[in-house]
Design a protein around this ligand. Structure first.
Ligand SMILES: [Zn+2]
Length: 277
């Protein structure tokens, strides 16, 4: 399987030092939207979709003013998964499957650019998106789902994988893409594991936000990003426990499992460097 590491959206919030842990508070920060495009025997599989073309064209309507003000998205069509898929010489119809780590607006925005794809999601997350409560009414955007995605729900049961429970393969024909329940950031958040020649990639979505959080000796996150993470937590104790599991996994399986999250540009560059060698 050929695996492409793409960023399908970038955000430029204020105070780079407080977001990226370096630079000045007077500079803009930079966060990416790390997605995977997998060339498989089942056609193309997209893991998360970032922002879509309709989000770029109608940001306030699709993303909401609160998010566009805080996150300051760079609205560029060439960043969308649709454009990157086409730039690689594929048709949008070649994307047969999409796997979402969760349904937040910065992960699900591109769904509407691939209306024929089957969209795989952990069942509790689908329930949260379709029956939102409290803050969930802000984080999920019904307009992004108005095209009625072809949902494929994955119940929270399955096998053991690397110390994680209830893990399910995408389907019988695709045993090398796994949905790994990892709740906390949202009600039904999941990671997605993808087998590669040397081991596994583990796309941890928003289970953590910053590479320093996987530091075994001194886990850390810049102040501003940490505040945002706390604000976005659906169940903080659950997310913290899962973050600890990821930290232990990344350390114990170094060289076998490469863990990354959705929004850290340092991890995106490291993954691209690993892929190109
Ligand atoms: Zn996110």
């Amino acid at each position: 399987m050929r695996i492409h590491h793409m960023s399908c959206g970038s955000f430029c919030p204020v105070a780079r030092r407080w977001v990226n842990g370096a630079g000045s508070v007077f500079e803009r920060g930079h966060l990416c939207c790390h997605c995977l495009l997998i060339e498989s025997n089942q056609g193309l599989i997209l893991v998360d979709t970032g922002l879509g073309t309709a989000d770029v064209e109608q940001p306030h309507l699709r993303l909401g003013r609160w998010f566009t003000t805080v996150a300051q998205p760079k609205l560029q069509l060439e960043d969308t998964a649709l454009h990157q898929v086409q730039a690689l010489g594929f048709s949008p119809r070649d994307v047969r499957h999409i796997v979402l780590t969760h349904g937040d607006l910065d992960h699900a925005g591109g769904l509407s650019d691939f209306p024929e794809a089957q969209v795989h999601i952990h069942t509790p997350e689908h329930h949260a998106m379709t029956h939102p409560e409290g803050m969930e009414k802000v984080r999920y955007r019904p307009l992004q789902l108005a095209h009625d995605p072809k949902w494929v729900l994955h119940a929270p049961d399955g096998d053991h994988w690397m110390g994680f429970d209830a893990v399910r393969a995408l389907d019988d024909a695709e045993p090398d893409v796994l949905i790994v329940p990892l709740e906390g950031h949202t009600r039904g958040h999941a990671a997605v594991a993808v087998r590669r020649e040397e081991g596994w990639w583990l796309h941890a979505g928003d289970a953590y936000f910053y590479h320093g959080q996987l530091d075994t000796e001194h886990p850390h996150i810049p102040f501003g990003l940490g505040l945002f993470q706390r604000f976005a937590d659906h169940d903080r104790p659950a997310r913290m426990a899962n973050q600890e599991r990821l930290r232990k996994l990344a350390f114990a399986k170094q060289g076998e499992v490469s863990v990354f999250c959705a929004h850290d540009p340092v991890e995106l560059e490291a993954a691209r460097a690993q892929t190109s060698t």
